[in-house]
Design a protein around this ligand. Sequence first.
Ligand code: GDP
Ligand code: IMO
Ligand code: MG
Length: 423
Amino acid sequence: MPASLVIGAQWGDEGKGKIIDVIAQKADFVIRYHGGNNAGHTIINQYGKFAMHLVPSGIFHKNTIGIIANGTVLDLDVLVSEIEILKKAGVNLKNRLLISPRCHLIMPYHPILDKVYETAKGKGKTGTTGRGIGPVYADKVSYNGIRLSDLADKKVFQEKLKVQLEVKNKILKALGEKQLLQKKIEDKLFVLFERIKPFVLEPYPVLQNALQKKKLLLFEGAQGVFLDNDWGTYPFATASTTLSGGITAGAGVAPKHIARVIGVVKAYTTRVGDGPFPTELLDKTGERLREKGGEFGATTGRPRRCGWLDTAILRFASAINGFTDIAITKLDILDGFDEIKICTGYTLNGKIVDYFDGDTSFFAKVKPVYKTMKGWKKKVAGITHYEDLPKEAKTYISEIEKLTGIKVSYVSTGAKRHEIITR
Ligand code: GDP
Ligand code: IMO
Ligand code: MG
């Protein structure tokens, strides 16, 4: 069974890009299958530092082919710039990147609609990345989407755009927004399409063939479990499914091929955007995690909310995705803390409760139960052998294993590719 998945186990930004960059060396294909350029996957390797928004993070390995599968939504402007950045850095993309013609396009009206909904919600806003993700998926499921394949036939594209603008411009006008011009959008998108045309090819037969030949497929999840549209803290969620099960709809690969599901877990918890976060620290400790961890969004630059590790959500994430193992990232950020807390569960009005016991407003009220662990004085930053970790760091890791019931197979001790312990 040759497919492995890398899934964000918290609220995104767990360090999925780093882990993919490490393990993609052995992969024949790395596949993005959902989300869009709301994702920002940071990679630091011999080519430099990159924030990958659409191109799969495994693209830096010569023998690995990157696939942007059908479930991904595309902002062509962002995609073209990303391709340019990679080419300039010396990454050869020729015959190494495939983009599904079934991908839906983020059109200029989508980010505008994203913004106006957020403004209308005021205090209750989701805190989106403003990339038009909600509106593009809404158009997709309501049969109003425009796909990449539509751009291949100018007439078809013009007709579809005309219909959309007829409706969208009325909405924009009512909202006091500027009208969008058909010609301007067409001209721009036709030019951008020409730039990516060499990469546009249906990946389905390629992947089916690869599966038959027992090639290794690595799926790159975006966002995180608790941003999932169904199982996350809706409406403080994203528009796609962020779970392991998303690969069938998002890439045309059956679940039976999955051998491994790696949950990426930051050694503490962060969240960017609004919504409940039981272990959030609004004090100096939270500030220390943000500063030390450089917790500012790779896509929007927004400061990330920080808190202790929550193993109650991890147990849920593990069960719903079928985690086979866990990759812990950013353990080095906990260097020098006297005490480290781990949330073992929640209570509400004195009763023990769990994540799935209620909806988002319920989750906003639960109180974390903590176990206090001893910090470590020796630095873990840059350590590459498990035996070299301080005793207290090993205890922290085994506590995570105990509380989640899942084996920790990677421990990341720095942002660079080689700063990793493989167990
Ligand atoms: P992703 O969206 O899950 O790929 O994560 P992001 O790239 O948005 O955020 C993770 C941040 O942590 C990035 O700045 C990474 O360079 C950085 N990072 C990843 N792993 C480690 C680690 O083990 N230690 C440190 N110090 N930084 C890390
Ligand atoms: P990566 O792949 C962290 C969050 C937004 C907001 C909610 C909805 O880098 O981990 P959206 O723009 O998707 O409509 O926003 O989801 N969000 C992320 N948070 N990491 C991400 O991606 C995210 N992508 C979306 O902040 O709360
Ligand atoms: Mg990110």
